[in-house]
Design a protein. Structure first.
Length: 316
């Protein structure tokens, strides 16, 4: 089987890592990397043993698949052109700027029969994957995603920059429509909101309380899930899951008779390589990506509704 030809469009902080993964994969030829900054493109090309370009149109007839890691404002136009050329696309989150743009990408991808995957990286965290078979009808979810300030990502507010990761995870867990949202947030170091909290209520009674900050002294990426038979705690950073059950297997908890805790920690892995590997599998087999365009659109719509309550205009 011939190698698949890949490119990375936008080789800033995230795009550079994408290029490194493609260069390391068997069965893939990294044909080129693209960036409007010629020096940046040349540096990443030299690092990954490929060619540098400043215009992705030069590669449209030379590649089978591409990662799109340009600023969010350009996701739609770049992905549209790639899909029109019959190229499979992995586009970083947030998927697009508006739900209408998302629809305009989902439909042609389906018609062309090409893979369209959205880069919600936490789906590939092994602690999240370990919830399969354990997660059952969650009724309360609480997440915290805190990080120190950095200029990267401040073209959007903290909801679209950070909270959207947890929004996607929560939507994948709760099989119900959103009923009500209430949110607060403030800008601190950028013109966009830097701290936000949202309460999301679902039609089935589940409630999610979601907090995100990019002006925190300490980093934290945790999510806790309460359901009728268990309490689940996931630490994304430590790649650890703890499951507390009544009369369940595990270590007894002092002071809580009948409650046992079972913890599992996963070895350090490479979620981005897993994400790109899953994209490659979808391209090769024609299977449905783990994070589809529809998934990306749902997370985007909810994120935009939350952002609107922080004072930004909703564009859904």
């Amino acid at each position: 089987m011939a190698n698949l030809r890949a490119a990375v469009i936008g080789v800033g902080y995230l795009g550079r890592f994408h290029a490194q993964k493609y260069a390391a994969l068997d069965g893939v030829d990294l044909v080129g990397v693209v960036d409007s900054d010629a020096e940046k493109a040349a540096a990443v090309a030299a690092e990954t043993g490929t060619s540098a370009f400043t215009d992705y149109h030069q590669l449209l007839d030379r590649i089978d698949m591409a990662s799109v890691a340009v600023p969010t404002c350009a996701h739609y136009s770049v992905t549209r052109d790639l899909l029109a050329a019959g190229c499979h696309v992995l586009v970083e989150k947030p998927f697009t700027q508006t739900a209408a743009e998302a629809d305009e990408l989902i439909e042609p991808a389906e018609k062309q029969g090409v893979a369209l995957q959205v880069g919600h990286l936490e789906r590939f965290n092994p602690a999240i994957a370990a919830l399969n078979g354990i997660l059952k009808n969650p009724m309360f979810i609480e997440s915290h995603r805190l990080t120190s300030f950095r200029s990267r990502g401040t073209d959007v507010d903290v909801v679209l920059d950070l909270m959207i990761h947890d929004i996607d995870i929560i939507l994948s867990m709760v099989p119900a429509a959103v009923k009500r949202i209430s949110a607060v947030g403030v800008p601190i170091l950028s013109e966009e909101g830097d701290i936000a909290n949202a309460r999301i209520e679902f039609d089935n009674g589940c409630v999610a309380n979601v907090t995100a900050s990019r002006v925190s002294q300490y980093a934290m990426r945790k999510i806790r899930i309460f359901q009728s038979d268990a309490y689940l705690a996931i630490d994304y950073q430590k790649r650890k899951i703890a499951v507390c059950r009544k009369d369940g297997a595990g270590m007894p908890i002092p002071g809580l008779p009948g409650i046992a805790i079972k913890e599992q920690k996963f070895e350090e892995g490479d979620s981005l390589m897993a994400e790109i590997g899953a994209f490659l599998e979808a391209v090769r087999t024609g299977s449905r990506p783990l994070v589809t365009g529809e998934d990306g659109k749902r997370a985007l719509e909810l994120a935009l509704q939350i952002s609107a309550q922080l004072g930004r205009p909703a564009t859904v």
